[in-house]
Design a protein around this ligand. Structure first.
Ligand code: DAH
Length: 357
């Protein structure tokens, strides 16, 4: 028995892997293993011999089994250590360029717009995409019967019967953020608010979800001239050209008086959209001097303060700058399109470095 013990414990100690251990287990304590064969010999022994040999053989079997289990655990630990050493990964290494995703043109343009207005002293404000009809309409001087409500093709949130909360809508423009930011900071103020907006509309230049950037500047002596200058500066920086033709058209919005819409000269020839040339005009924004009732709704005294506001289509100016002919493709999630029009995440827009690729 001592020979058996020495033999198998020695083999177990030297086993290189789990399959070697299994072979040893079968040879030693398997059904036809050496220990089992020895147990069969118990029958031929005298009762006295058996009383000594029986428990001793069982003890040997247990000893071999525990040695096997211990060695198995040790082998597993070694294997894990080897893997940990082998598969070590430096998570601080830079990403591989070919695996980088790209920034969606909307994100890129939002960054560009924010950088340009930041330079002019505008900070970024945000508001909810689901808002009450008071913020979206009433506070902006669009009362219940006003045709603008119908014109905007508003998505209304479902209301259960007996629900007394104010009606909620998917905001149809970023203008409600004007009211929220007036409430939050009072006057003077200078903010932009980029974000998603919603209308039930769908064609080459309209999608049910799109993006606007709202602008609001309130101070003691702000005029339409300031508005015009800010917009012209913006357009020059954004399109990186001095010769962009802008057209200010007298217009009407309930929340501004006077109001103007701004179009930009472009051409659609050969299926591509080019800015600064051609005989077409694409409307990019609405603007005007904030209506006294709107200032009042935001808690600001119109006798003391005045301001200008504008609302610009981010998707529209993205199409113009990067020559993207169909707005609907922005939201198709077509990988080929995203690879073509997407931007490297490392290609951060700066004013000094030029904004385009
Ligand atoms: N909210 C308007 C729209 O979505 C755009 C707009 C027009 C915003 C004039 C303004 C503004 O701030 O002054 O069509």
């Amino acid at each position: 028995m001592d020979d058996l013990r020495e033999k198998y414990l020695g083999q177990i100690g030297g086993a290189a892997d789990e399959s070697a251990l299994e072979d040893i287990r079968i040879a030693a304590v398997g059904k036809k293993g050496e220990v089992a064969l020895k147990m069969r010999e118990l029958g031929k022994m005298t009762p006295e011999e058996r009383q000594i040999a029986g428990p001793a053989l069982n003890a040997l079997k247990d000893e071999i089994n525990s040695a096997l289990a211990a060695k198995k655990a040790a082998l597993a630990d070694d294997a894990l250590d080897a893997r940990l050493a082998d598969e070590w990964l430096d998570v601080s290494l830079p990403a591989r360029p070919q695996r980088q995703g790209t920034l969606h043109p909307i994100s890129q343009v939002t960054e560009e717009v924010t950088a340009i207005f930041a330079e002019m002293g505008f900070s970024v404000a945000e508001g909810p995409r689901i808002d009450t009809d008071w913020y979206n309409f009433d506070a902006l001087n669009i009362p219940g019967h006003h045709p603008a409500r119908a014109e905007m093709d508003t998505f209304y949130m479902h209301r259960a019967e007996g629900d007394n909360r104010p009606p909620h809508v998917l905001r149809t423009h970023t203008s409600p953020v004007q009211i929220r930011s007036m409430e939050a900071t009072g006057a003077p103020t200078r903010i932009i608010c980029p974000g998603g907006v919603y209308r039930a509309d769908y064609d080459q230049t309209h999608t049910p979800m799109f993006h606007q950037v709202e602008g609001l500047a309130i101070d003691k002596d702000i005029s339409m001239a300031n508005l015009k200058w800010v917009l012209e500066e913006f357009v020059k920086s954004y399109f990186e050209v001095d010769g962009v033709d802008l057209r200010f058209r007298a217009s009407h919005f309930p929340f501004t008086e006077p109001s103007a819409e701004v179009d930009i000269r472009c051409s659609w020839e050969g299926g591509t959209l080019k800015v600064g040339e051609g005989d077409d005009w694409l409307e990019i924004l609405g603007s005007g001097m904030v209506h006294p009732k709107v200032l009042q709704a935001g808690g600001i005294d119109p006798e003391e303060w005045q301001g200008f506001a504008f609302g610009m289509g981010i998707d529209r100016i993205a199409m113009l700058k990067y020559g993207i002919p169909d707005l609907r493709a922005f939201f198709d999630s077509d990988l080929r399109w995203l690879r073509h029009y997407g931007f490297s995440a490392l290609d951060m827009p700066t004013l000094h470095g030029g904004l385009s690729r």
